[in-house]
Write a protein that binds this ligand. Structure first.
Ligand code: V47
Length: 380
């Protein structure tokens, strides 16, 4: 590999990573420019195996999107409808939302992930009651709900501080925050693609507050539209800086832009090669975020499998009834069973580990004869 890394001009970065040194903006941009995707993948895989060996995490979760009414006008979004009553808009009653969980009362799911549009007319009690109802139906289930953008919207709409909103939602049952809404932190991009929702500083401040209040969260990055390599790295570095402060991020999740049915439909979707590269670079830049997750709904199942050798150690979960990506043209299934996820991880040569939202291991498959999953095999 030495020769290949040298030919790819990655030897100095490889040595720095080996010495536990961090990479900065210039190094990150070089990683994006490197023509040898396999050499880059090899480096990312080394970091992945150092942390997780062959382990590949997934969870048993469902997605509930209670409303797609949204006052924001993000150019990449195919899900949102501006006003209640607009064609294709919907808002579930609390009973309808709770029914989604009641229908799965007997399934061993461990997480409900809720992402909504920014609805201008619902009372704050809609959200607190939503959480309380979920907890009544399944007290054991982890509620990962509302992006930082939604928290900022609630604070502005209901005249509360961000911290007060978070505290009230936690009292009602909120357990952690998902990573949505991050898009690309750079102002240039946000002004163009999502000018009317909370800015990067507020997104990060809300995660900082959530971490201080004792919650964990994730951070995403929407890639493959108008952002530059520098802006991708800047995004990763801002997430890394907050993680240095709080340690509260569990996973970094690159989200592949899907161009159907939205105002950016003229742009091509990111290629599989770009997807593998983004996940690999994330693993190399984010030395302090434990997990890099491939959201298989967005990447496609086959690319998600391949990404397990390009820095990724987590595949999200079973994800029933996902709408945001399917309305934007995703052709992935709407759900996978835990058996199917296990099978696809094993077929990729990795060891499936079912986790809960906080990465506590619920079930780890036996290693298949070789060193898969054996911590002793972790690359030193
Ligand atoms: O913030 C919207 C993205 C996000 C499109 O925290 C689009 O575990 C691509 O955040 N093409 C919501 N992406 C989903 C999300 C998420 C997903 C999986 C796991 C977690 C987690 C969080 O979806 C939005 C936006 O960035 N999105 N439209 C689109 N056309």
């Amino acid at each position: 590999m030495h020769h290949r890394l040298a030919a790819a001009n990655l030897l100095d970065l490889s040595d720095r990573l080996d010495a536990g040194e961090r990479l900065g903006l210039d190094a990150g941009v070089r990683l994006f420019a490197c023509p040898d995707l396999l050499a880059l993948g090899w480096l990312a895989n080394r970091e992945r195996e150092r942390r997780h060996g062959h382990r590949t995490y997934f969870n048993h979760n469902i997605r509930i999107e209670a409303t797609n009414v949204c006052v924001a006008s993000c150019l990449f979004c195919s899900f949102a409808r501006l006003r209640p009553g607009d064609a294709g808009s919907y808002t579930m009653s609390l009973e309808q939302a709770w029914d989604k969980l009641r229908q799965r009362r007997d399934e061993p799911l461990t997480e409900v992930h809720v992402v909504n549009g920014l609805h201008p007319d619902l009372p704050f009690t809609y959200y607190t009651d939503l959480l309380r109802g979920f907890k009544q139906i399944r007290p054991d289930v982890h509620l990962k709900c509302f992006t930082a953008v939604e928290i900022a919207f609630f604070a502005d709409l209901y005249g509360m501080s961000d911290e007060h909103v978070l505290a009230e939602l936690m009292t009602a049952g909120l357990d952690s925050l998902p990573g949505g809404g991050a898009e690309i932190f750079a102002e240039r991009v946000r002004r163009k693609i999502c000018h009317d929702k909370c800015d990067a500083d507020r997104y990060l401040a809300i995660h900082r507050t959530a971490h201080r209040l004792g919650m964990r969260s994730n951070v995403t990055m929407l890639y493959g539209h108008i952002e530059t390599p520098e802006e991708r790295i800047d995004h990763m570095l801002r997430a890394r800086a907050l993680q240095d402060e709080t340690g509260g991020f569990q996973a970094f999740i690159p989200l592949a832009f899907h161009p159907d049915n939205n105002q950016m439909r003229k742009l091509p979707a990111p290629t599989a090669a770009d997807t593998l590269r983004v996940h690999a670079v994330a693993r190399l830049m984010l030395d302090n975020i434990p997990h890099v997750k491939a959201f298989w709904i967005a990447t496609g199942v086959e690319v998600a499998q391949t990404s397990l050798w390009f820095g990724v150690d987590d595949l999200d979960g079973t994800v029933q009834e996902e709408r945001i990506y399917h309305m934007a043209g995703a052709v992935t299934p709407e759900a996978l069973t835990t058996t199917a996820i296990r099978r696809l991880i094993r077929a990729a040569g990795r060891t499936p580990v079912e986790r809960d939202t906080l990465y506590r291991v619920l079930h780890e498959d036996a290693s298949p004869g070789d060193a898969h999953g054996d911590p002793a095999r972790v690359v030193q």
